[in-house]
Design a protein around this ligand. Structure first.
Ligand code: BGC
Length: 318
């Protein structure tokens, strides 16, 4: 009798567990099916694990969740035009519903963006525009104005006759070119300030440090150094530390944690901060609007601001 009761108990327990499992599997299958029906948008970054791009990813995924878009974030491990081009080609070949990409070099990216458009895959440029292409919109900083803001940050905080060294992120990208132009347009109005050298960091902190060190050895009269992409100022700071040149005043771009810490302790004077989270979010929102047939503006500029020691302590938005 006892055995029979035990058997019954085990039998019903088995049935209940099986039913629960079936339900869970069905729910998972349903969720998977629903996700595979969502529009699939690929976001191609310049460097996969760069903190600035991670913020773009965060904004894009947040908007993806809200608007029902499946965002796939990809990018090379180190900046490489070739690799980024390959990722773009692959995205076109796999017929995704939309592509969000940065333009690292006009000649390489414009024809590919146009190819995507001709296959009915909408492309939004982010962070660095490709204005000669048929991209449906650009989302990001007005980079000429950002360069001017960097110039004004230097002019208003620095006195006397000074020589300046500049580290830019990449030689070919539209955003770095415009930032440098904007910066020089302001500096050229002040004959007491002179830019003596420009080098590229390949958006790597180590390269920024190596380039800055070489520059400072070659031009010991430089007393101001500026960096125009997210990791340049902290790279420059590594160089000035190595050379024991604490007299160098550093200006940078973006608000990666180390830059803000260095501003708080006085190692970096100021930084021009972009809004990468907003870029990612808005790019996805615009893609959704476009896919649902709405008209969208061709240029969507996100805001910029200067952070120095005075406002670094205050809470800021993403
Ligand atoms: C630039 C991006 C770049 C990033 C690299 C930012 O300032 O806008 O183009 O990828 O810095 O760290």
């Amino acid at each position: 009798m006892i055995l029979f009761v035990l058997f019954l108990y085990a039998f019903f327990h088995f049935i209940t567990v099986t039913k629960q499992l079936e339900k869970t599997v069905a729910k998972l299958q349903h969720e998977q099916k629903a996700a595979s029906h969502l529009p699939h948008v690929i976001l191609i970054s310049q460097v996969f694990d760069n903190p600035y791009w991670r913020k773009i990813e965060q904004g894009a995924k947040e908007a993806g969740k809200l608007y029902g878009v499946n965002i796939e974030y990809i990018g090379p491990l180190r900046t490489s035009i070739d690799e980024q081009v390959k990722l773009l080609e692959k995205a076109i070949a796999s017929r995704v519903d939309g592509i969000i990409v940065q333009n690292l070099k006009d000649e390489a990216f414009t024809p590919l963006i146009d190819k995507a458009i001709s296959r009915n895959i909408p492309v939004i440029t982010i962070d660095a525009d490709a204005p000669k292409s048929r991209r449906i919109a650009y989302v990001g900083t007005n980079n000429f104005e950002a360069g001017q803001l960097l110039g004004q940050a230097v002019v208003s905080r620095i006195e006397g006759e000074r020589f300046i060294g500049v580290i830019i992120g990449t030689d070919t990208s539209e955003n770095q070119r415009l930032r440098l132009q904007g910066f020089l347009s302001v500096i050229h109005q002040h004959p007491r300030l002179k830019v003596v050298s420009v080098a590229s960091s390949s958006i790597s902190r180590i390269q920024a440090s190596i380039q800055a060190e070489q520059m400072l050895r070659k031009h010991p009269n430089i007393s101001i150094m500026v960096g125009t992409s997210a990791l340049d100022a902290i790279g420059i700071r590594m160089a000035t530390k190595n050379l024991h040149r604490n007299d160098i005043q550093i200006f940078g771009f973006d608000d990666v944690e180390e830059t803000i810490e260095a501003i708080k302790n006085g190692d970096i004077v100021a930084t021009v901060v972009q809004k990468p989270y907003d870029m990612g979010y808005s790019a996805v929102k615009l893609m959704v609007d476009h896919l649902s047939g709405k008209q969208i503006h061709k240029e969507h500029f996100t805001s910029i601001e200067v952070i120095d020691r005075q406002n670094a302590q205050q809470g800021r938005n993403k």
